[in-house]
Structure formats: C-alpha cells, structure tokens
Write a protein that binds this ligand. Structure first.
Ligand code: ZN
Length: 157
C-alpha cells in the first residue's frame, strides 16, 4: 500500500474547516482509512487527520497502545475542567514541540470504520491525541494553542 503525502504548515488546506463524511462505507473512505493508518505509522505519529493528507473531511485516525481508533465525524460531548500542560508535536510541523494546555478528560461520539456509532471516554495521552486530531478538522493548529508564559502549569506525563 502506498503511503500518503503529509502536507506541512503553512499549506492552506490545514486551515480549512473540514466537511462531514457523508458515507463512511463508501469505497473511497474505506480505501483511505488503511492508507492513513499506514502513513501515520510510517511517520511515527500517534494520530493523523484527513486534512493533513489533503482531504478536507472529518476523519482522523489515532493509535494508542496498539489500538487503532478511526474517528469519523467526531463530536466532543464532555471536556473536564481540569487541564494538563504537555508538549505536543504534529506531523505537519516536523521537529516542533509546543507546550499546550488541554482538558485532561474527554468524552466523544463518533462513527467508526464499520459505520457504527460509538462513544468513547478518554484521558491521558489518548484524550490529548483526540483533541489534537479534532482540532485539525476545524483548521486549528498547535501554534494557535501555545501556552502563554506565566500561567500556573501542571506538568503532564
Ligand atoms: Zn497534528
């Protein structure tokens, strides 16, 4: 399987609000999902959002502890008040790591690769990856979220 090209900042596609996936079962989406997983792995990423491979659609893949999550049209249902600051990287910003504060826990709803509606509760690294990849679907990038100096920080990890 061919790996896909990951676009880098400041490519304007990264700034677009992505369109809803109308049919998760369509052959195009079904082909795209494994190609995205492979591309993420080859680049040692924990997640990859479709806009990063020039598809402005609401689809991202995440792998944590050997589990692959395919998030189609994901929606945040809950974010904890408690935030944690951790350094974050992005395949569209090679070599860049930025401390970012994000809610420690999230609950989301999404459709998986089989077209099934799912709920997921996440914390730790998975919660962070979910929020990072979902930001991509709204054209939000880690440079927008940079933690301002002087704030009280709780170190993650
Ligand atoms: Zn990213």
């Amino acid at each position: 399987m061919a790996t896909l090209t990951i676009i880098k900042y400041p490519n304007p596609i990264l700034r677009k609000k992505a369109e809803k996936v109308k049919d998760p079962q369509s052959p195009e989406i079904q082909k795209l999902i494994p190609a995205m997983v492979e591309t993420m792995r080859k680049n040692n990423g924990m997640g990859l959002a479709a806009p990063q491979i020039k598809k402005s659609i609401r689809l991202s893949v995440i792998e944590e502890n050997g589990v692959v999550y395919v998030l189609i049209n994901p929606k945040i249902k809950f974010q904890s008040k408690n935030k944690i600051i951790m350094e974050e990287g992005c395949l569209s910003f090679p070599g860049k790591f930025i401390p970012i504060a994000r809610p420690e826990k999230v609950k989301i709803r999404y459709t998986d690769e089989k077209g099934t509606d799912k709920k997921l509760k996440a914390d730790g690294l998975l919660a962070r990856a979910i929020q990072h990849e979902m930001d991509h679907l709204d054209g939000v990038l880690l440079i927008d979220k940079k933690e301002k100096k002087g704030k009280i920080s709780i170190k993650g990890k």
